[in-house]
Design a binder for this molecule. Structure first.
Ligand code: ATP
Length: 258
């Protein structure tokens, strides 16, 4: 059963069509990756799905309901949660406290709601603390539990962003370039994290520039180039697809996962 349907999604910025009539379905419990060369429109597509941008035409349907045009926090409350960027991690707090706060973000409109936290939210605190430890554990972050976020290396900060998003109890987790800027070890760890998330039955939609890690974790891959979908299929199908090879020609061989 598909949890998300992207239907004829188009986004124009002035005369530029960043996303051009893109359609695909995301099946519940699967990992679907959107890949494409630089400037292909991946980030724009991602923002359209998380409702940070409104489409020029087309729509996104989540569990049958059109969510395009809703405020991002309302979409998040329905279960579509994007990872937190490094800039939204609270740097002066520990990894653990950041994940506890992530639970509250899942219930409130934004950080303000957290600071003005209600009695009900405080009552949930014990449950959140227990859950935060569980998340850190299965994401392999327990050993940095008490580190201040500002002391964490880049790869860990990105992982912490995923942990915070998990605390908001997503049904569909959106990962924006989770492997960007990671070295080989960090990428391996992040791949393991995504596998762990998938095993918990959470659907994952990720947008990524680099094909190599994507090949390892995706059930399906959608390829976009110059805003349009040029291919869709399993990793094996994508690897052998002529249009994909063509789109990536001139790029480093590493990018197509060879
Ligand atoms: N807010 C905006 N205003 C105008 N043009 C934009 C805006 N956002 C993106 N674009 C343009 O839309 C096109 C697609 O950009 P987008 O960032 O979605 O690509 P991308 O595939 O994510 O690229 P990368 O892999 O480099 O991050 C680019 O030509 C970009 O310059």
């Amino acid at each position: 059963m598909s949890i998300l349907k992207v239907e004829g999604l188009t986004k124009q910025f002035g005369g530029l069509t960043a996303v051009n009539n893109v359609s695909f379905d995301v099946e519940e419990g699967q990992v679907l990756s959107v890949i494409g060369p630089n400037g292909a429109g991946k980030s724009t597509l991602f923002k359209l799905i998380s409702s940070f941008l409104t489409p020029t035409s087309g729509q996104v349907r989540y569990k049958g309901e059109v969510v395009s045009g809703l405020k991002p926090h309302l979409v998040a409350r329905k279960g579509i949660v994007r990872t937190f960027q490094e800039t939204t991690v609270f740097k002066e707090m520990t990894a653990f406290d950041n994940v506890v706060i992530g639970h509250q973000l899942g219930q409130n409109a934004g950080p303000l709601g957290v600071f003005l936290s209600t009695r009900a939210a405080r009552a949930d605190e014990a449950r959140f603390r227990e859950s935060a430890d569980e998340i850190l554990e299965y994401l392999g972050l327990s050993h940095v539990r008490n580190e201040l976020a500002r002391n964490l290396p880049h790869g860990y900060l990105r992982s912490l962003g995923i942990a915070i998003a998990m605390a908001a109890q997503p049904k569909l987790l959106l990962l924006d370039e989770p492997f960007a800027g990671m070295n080989v070890d960090e990428t391996d760890r992040a791949v393991t994290m995504v596998e762990g998330i998938r095993r918990r039955g959470i659907t994952v939609l990720l947008v990524e520039h680099d094909m190599r890690a994507v090949m390892r974790i995706s059930d399906r891959i959608v390829v976009i180039s110059f805003g349009s979908k040029i291919a869709e299929g399993t990793p094996e199908e994508i690897r052998a697809n002529e249009a994909v090879i063509e789109a990536y020609l001139g790029q480093d061989d590493e990018t197509i996962g060879h």
